[in-house]
Design a protein. Structure first.
Length: 126
């Protein structure tokens, strides 16, 4: 019934964002555009979906309703080093969040995305 998850990133500079995903993160893609209009759609690998509650969690911070994109890695330190060598910048991390080690990678023209090395059981291989 459901074949895959299609995530969207809205960007102020779509060409720069697309170049980052293709050239820095190395995601293969198809061009679904027509004529002189590129519309790259990237393969991101297996996926999983988590649902978190809104409102005040145990630490008292208010969490509003929103969506978030995270890329799971098996070795965050080596991934960060490899991405830095390709020109990536990080706005934070690596930081221990309990559920895993987290870093926020800066995406040109768009909001940061999370890279994380989970400590919990994952579902993407089911």
């Amino acid at each position: 019934m459901i074949l895959a998850c299609h995530a969207l990133i809205y960007s102020d500079d779509a060409d720069a964002t697309r170049a980052f995903f293709a050239d820095v993160l190395g995601f293969p893609c198809v061009d679904a555009g027509t004529g002189d209009h590129n519309w790259l759609i990237f393969r991101t690998g297996p996926s999983e979906l988590g649902v978190h509650p809104t409102g005040p969690p145990h630490d008292g911070a208010i969490t509003p309703r929103h969506h978030s994109i995270s890329f799971i890695v098996d070795d965050l330190d080596s991934t960060m080093a490899e991405l830095r060598a390709k020109g990536a910048e990080f706005s934070s991390g690596p930081d221990d969040y309990g559920y895993g080690i987290v870093a926020m990678v800066t995406v040109p023209g768009a909001d940061d995305v999370q890279l994380y090395q989970p400590r919990h059981q994952t579902a993407y291989g089911l």
